[in-house]
Design a protein around this ligand. Structure first.
Ligand code: NAP
Length: 294
């Protein structure tokens, strides 16, 4: 017999709209089942919660009333939830978005584990990041988490490329306000070929190449050759695996990192926050991989 949901099982979840394609329930419940005693009570369950923007405040109050221990936050609530929280971490403040919320005696507190998730596969690399340039493609929500991660790694320079000059300038101003020491430069997309030779870490945060547009890449393969041989190419997209960008990079002998790792690591960091203990990363990775291959 395996552990079951009983009267003392507590609630965790993910709020978003839409939410039905989220991989988080499969990943978190696999970890919770692995941590539960083989016979007895499942201490927590993790459920998808479809919440429309107009209902966000009432929904958060409701979750507090029913004793929910914590939840993840996804599109479109990552920014909107901030004024509804009693406390937010410095990293979430710098990114301007919250993806993990937990209960305190005063109310809800939030942080952003995407930053830790993004950094995790980079921390194991033997690079002197303080002498490195990171180049980030895109200026949306995920780009902000990646920039905060590159700053935490102490990258010497962070170059950000995007299509929208006003959005790029706003992003730069927000980071300079939160982290005055950050070396952040913004460029129009057309500058990319001139920025790659100094780049050690190239991160794609655009959805270009994501299923179903699997043959597309944000960088033409001839431009990619401008990267040095020791460059790392990191694509945040987690379906397909590998993306066209990563296939092209592997063809040039470059080191690559796939987006599934960030997804798993941000989830593990959230679960550790709620449970106050380490969580089975391998179980989460296998559950997410198996759900993606369905
Ligand atoms: P977002 O806020 O919508 O930002 C997307 C960015 O990509 C924007 O800067 C957008 O530019 C740019 N973009 C879109 N289409 C483009 C194109 N054809 N050419 C050039 N730039 C383009 O989305 P997000 O939340 O940051 O997510 C972005 C990607 O990261 C998605 O694929 C998502 O699945 C992935 N992601 C992965 C993880 C993970 O854990 N692995 C976590 C978060 C996100 P404009 O501003 O000009 O429209």
């Amino acid at each position: 017999m395996t552990a079951v949901v009983t009267g003392s099982t507590q609630l965790l979840g993910v709020i978003g709209c839409p939410i039905e394609h989220s991989l988080s329930p499969v990943m978190h419940n696999a970890a919770l089942a692995a941590l539960a005693p083989t016979q007895g009570t499942l201490p927590y369950v993790y459920v998808p919660l479809h919440i429309e923007s107009a209902n966000l405040e009432r929904a958060i109050d409701g979750l507090a009333c029913i004793g929910c221990r914590g939840f993840n936050v996804t599109i479109p609530h990552k920014q909107a939830i901030i004024p509804l929280l009693n406390e937010i971490s410095p990293v979430a403040k710098a990114v301007g978005a919250v993806n993990t919320v937990w209960r305190t005696t005063e109310g809800w507190a939030g942080t952003n584990t995407d930053v830790q998730g993004c950094m995790a596969p980079l921390l194991s690399q033997a690079h002197d990041w303080s002498k490195s340039t990171a180049t980030v493609l895109g200026s949306g929500g995920a780009a902000r988490a990646v920039i905060a991660a590159c700053h935490q790694l102490q990258c010497a320079t962070i170059q950000v490329l995007g299509r929208d000059a006003a959005k790029l300038e706003a992003l730069r101003a927000d980071f300079l306000a939160a982290r005055p020491a950050i070396e952040i430069q913004v460029y129009p997309w057309e500058q990319l070929p001139h920025l790659l030779d100094q780049t050690l870490l190239l991160v794609n945060t655009t959805p270009v190449g994501m299923y179903p547009n699997i043959g597309q890449s944000p960088i033409p393969s001839d431009v990619l050759t401008k990267l040095s041989k020791d460059a790392i190419v990191y694509d945040l997209i987690y379906t397909p695996n590998p993306t066209q960008l990563l296939q092209d990079s592997q063809g040039l002998g470059l080191q690559t990192i796939h987006g599934l790792e960030m997804l798993v690591q941000q989830g593990a960091a959230a679960l550790e926050r709620w449970l106050g203990q380490s969580v089975p990363l391998e179980v989460m990775r296998a559950a997410a991989q198996s759900q993606l291959s369905h």
